[in-house]
Design a protein around this ligand. Structure first.
Ligand code: MG
Length: 275
């Protein structure tokens, strides 16, 4: 870690990073809500068969929109309902974005994050949101959290903006570096997903792993990983691992950032955690 490199940009994941994993919102979205979408739009007969395909492809492709795109190409969908008009391709990421935006219970997010908003507003750095979710959905989440205006449309990158790539593919990150006009080593990635943290580190970014409220005590710095419920991770391979050398710093929630890494609020900003 080169503490001297001035930092210009903070790049935030959104789901399970800007809100806490314990809200249950991610389980709600990736669980029953995604499965109901697959029943309604893709003719899956029941929740279980939808879950099986969604989880199998999500593990490999890291975003539900990309997972369903590839699942269709692989012929993993049940035959279409002959009584309904069928489009080609049958899965359109816009349908998923619309479905999530209108059907999810956004109250689970717990409302606006006033203190985090104040922290971010007083931070002199470029602030970027980078999600593997569909744009309309991600924007709605940021609006519900009261954080949309700190990013705005121009600093919000969703899966639609980087397809056919998505995190953790390097092309997705590189698109953002080019667009924002920064080098990787001036950026800090704030993330809950290990696979994205590892790629960010490989590319030369500083990394902050967000593990979830109250979880520090359960994650020993002894090589053990957190194997309790891990939000978007459908398996323990993506579970938070505080000892992974790709992790520069660990917080339970983003609310701690300012207190734990005050150098990011200094001018020039430096990545120098308090521990
Ligand atoms: Mg996430």
């Amino acid at each position: 870690m080169t503490a001297e490199t001035p930092i210009t940009t903070l790049i935030f994941d959104v789901d399970d990073t800007l809100y806490d994993v314990s809200t249950g919102f991610t389980d709600h979205r990736n669980g029953e809500a995604a499965q109901r979408f697959m029943m309604e739009y893709l003719n899956f007969p029941d929740l279980e068969s939808a879950k099986k395909i969604r989880d199998q492809y999500f593990e490999k492709y890291h975003a539900t929109a990309k997972a369903l795109t590839i699942a269709e190409q692989d012929g993993a969908f049940p035959p279409p309902d002959p009584t309904k008009p069928t489009k080609v391709p049958r899965f359109d990421p816009k349908d998923l974005a619309d479905y999530w935006t209108s059907n999810l219970d956004f109250r689970l997010l717990g409302g606006k994050k006033i203190k985090l908003l104040q922290d971010l507003e007083s931070c002199g750095l470029k602030l970027v949101a980078f999600s593997n979710g569909p744009r309309r959905y991600v924007k709605r989440v940021l609006v519900e959290l009261g954080l949309f205006n700190v990013f705005g449309d121009e600093r919000l990158y969703a899966v639609d903006d980087v397809l056919p790539f998505c995190k953790p593919e390097k092309e997705a990150f590189e698109k953002i570096f080019a667009d924002v006009g920064v080098r990787a080593d001036e950026c800090v990635m704030i993330e809950d997903s290990m696979k994205n943290i590892k790629r960010a580190n490989e590319l030369g970014m500083k990394t902050v792993l967000v593990i979830g409220k109250g979880r520090m005590k359960n994650c020993k710095r002894s090589g053990a990983i957190c194997v309790e419920d891990t939000g978007e991770s459908t398996n323990t391979r993506d579970a938070p691992d505080m000892d992974d050398p790709a992790v520069d710093f660990v917080v339970e929630t983003v609310d701690e950032l300012r207190q734990k890494i005050p150098g990011l609020w200094a001018s020039p900003a430096i990545f120098m955690p308090t521990e």
